[in-house]
Design a protein around this ligand. Structure first.
Ligand code: SF4
Length: 215
């Protein structure tokens, strides 16, 4: 089975498992999702979701973040890992949004990655989930699951993104990102993948190689 066919099967199975695959971070605007994604680095989405309602009440626009007092911003996100660095990143990022984009978050990957601290993963999360565009974001789950299944063979997120863009139909890019993230969180964990109960094991290289090694 070639990778395109395999990807089609996997997406078809996973959509039945996770019928409403949405990003776990709460947000109302693209800027909020950008800020929430910056906060979620090495921090759980649950913790970020607890902090952001109050944060977004105080800081509503890129100008609000730019004009904020750094100490006040730090205090607002104090319970988040690396809050000092993240407060600085958010402020710097919003400063460029104000200066270069008139305060409006751009909606192309090329423009988004010009913002300080914003890489392709974050840009694609915002494009796919907040702007409703077709995008594949390669986070740690997408990287692990797509390599195990055999949809990609690389440690490099950019290469994995290119490979997934090639084998998954465009109108399923964002959907597939969210499905692979959910599957990585729920079943295909980093330390102990639950292969026995995994619905895609029939098509998974990792599972089939392990099975062959045992027999
Ligand atoms: S069979 Fe195992 S390794 Fe493959 S996707 Fe499922 S849980 Fe992950």
């Amino acid at each position: 089975m070639d990778k395109t066919e395999k990807a089609k099967k996997i997406v078809g199975i996973l959509i039945k498992e996770y019928p409403n695959p949405k990003i776990a971070l709460n947000f109302k605007t693209p800027l909020q999702l950008l800020v929430a994604t910056i906060l979620s680095a090495q921090c759980t989405d649950e913790r970020v979701n607890k902090v952001i309602p109050e944060l977004f009440k105080r800081f509503k626009t890129a100008e609000d973040f730019t004009d904020s007092d750094l100490k006040e911003l730090e205090e607002s996100i104090r319970s988040i890992n690396f809050y000092k660095n993240k407060a600085k990143s958010i402020k710097e990022c919003c400063k460029v949004i104000v200066q270069d984009f008139n305060g409006r978050l751009p909606d192309t990957v090329e423009e988004l990655i010009t913002l300080p601290g914003v890489g392709r993963k974050t840009a694609n999360i915002v494009l796919g989930s907040a702007f409703g565009k077709d995008a594949i974001a390669v986070d740690t789950h997408v990287k692990r699951v797509s390599n195990r299944i055999g949809l990609a063979e690389s440690d490099n997120p950019d290469k994995i993104e290119r490979e997934l863009l090639r084998i998954i139909p465009r109108n399923k890019w964002t959907l597939s990102t969210n499905l692979l993230i959910l599957h990585g969180r729920n079943i295909c964990g980093a330390k102990q993948p639950l292969c026995e109960i995994c619905k895609v094991k029939k098509y998974c290289d990792f599972f089939n190689i392990s099975l062959n090694e045992k027999t």
